[in-house]
Design a protein around this ligand. Sequence first.
Ligand code: HEM
Length: 406
Amino acid sequence: PSRRALLGWGGAGLALGAAAAGGTVAAVRSGGDAEPAADTGAAVPFHGAHQAGIATPVQDRLHFAAFDVTTKDRAELIALLKEWTRAAERMTAGRTVGEGAYGGPAEAPPDDTGEALGLRPSRLTLTFGVGPSLFAEDRFGLADRRPEALVDLPKFPGDNLDASRSGGDLCVQACADDPQVAVHAIRNLARIGMGRTAVRWSQLGFGKTSSTTPHSQTPRNMMGFKDGTRNISGTDEAALTKHVWAGATDGTGWMAGGSYLVARRIRMHIETWDRAPLQEQEDIFGRDKGEGAPVGKAKERDEPFLKAMLPTAHVRLAHPDSNGGARMLRRGYSFTDGTDGLGRLDAGLFFLAYQRDVRKGFIPVQRGLAASDALNEYIQHVGSAVFAVPPGVRDTDDWWGRALFA
Ligand code: HEM
């Protein structure tokens, strides 16, 4: 039955994709007709106590960029962050970066690159963070502002990290239901930053691999398993407060209401995985492939009974009961960046997780996984970064990082 179920799901996915694409083409970016709240073309409010793009229901597409700051001048960096914030306000509302269609006179480059003209806001969220290297060597007079929770991640067994796909002084996570809207946003922020920042690495993602909306259908990752079943829900205020939002007493006041982001590019050995028997695949996760039910249970949402799983099962090792209650909000995406020159798909999971403190979230969980996870035979961590994601931008006078520089 599971094989049939899988085929059925694929069909539904295609139909949904077609509907979403149709909706994007049909209407224009500047607004117009009122739309129902769940519309994939709608705008997500940019301002608030927390940045959008964390607890926000996960959009279909991702463009994530890590930046190096190239200027040495604190005032120039602050000016950039203000410009970025104003541009982000406009783009998330479905508007061009500058006033008017292209902005400015014909003899100057346009204020907006233009490829999102005619497209709707597509639930674009732009989420900004700062990496440990921004605080290093007191480059910008920020040495004593570094949050204790913003630790450099330790090296885990099995890591094979590519420095050119790791780290970064700043990051922007762009999520949208239309890939062109997400790419447009990162492109324009990179353009505005020219001379002050440079893109260090970036990652496109599709097919969200986690859900923050428990009642919607759980998406599947590139291994074909439902991913995000037991994730923190974006509406579970108690869990968000306990596990995701940094508190006022967590050490650095400027981060209160913010969160800490771990990004890991995890390559999957797709061809090897595709030759693994179904039973082995299911044992590795501790869940069945069709329904997503934990071992010995019938339904996806049934409570996992960890002792029924192999001691090396991913779900058993990642479960809060195996990690002193550690939890995080996962928000990862699948990626496929063509082939690797050896005829193998360069594909996997771009893992993104938000937490109140990486020392109590990602690090203990990943220590356990790196040591024993049966999945390790089929995956390799090849990129890594950690960022402090400040609280939300309150209004049109506020800007990304204001409290940090205060
Ligand atoms: C659960 C896949 C890496 C943490 C799951 C589930 C799947 C999955 C299918 C079960 C459904 C669910 O509850 O979401 C993968 C794949 C990975 C990967 C394919 C790598 C390519 C990681 C990493 C971490 C992690 C690096 C964190 C260090 C978790 C957690 C759960 C989970 C916390 C929920 C456990 C529970 O409460 O039952 N993962 N995962 N995963 N994974 Fe992963």
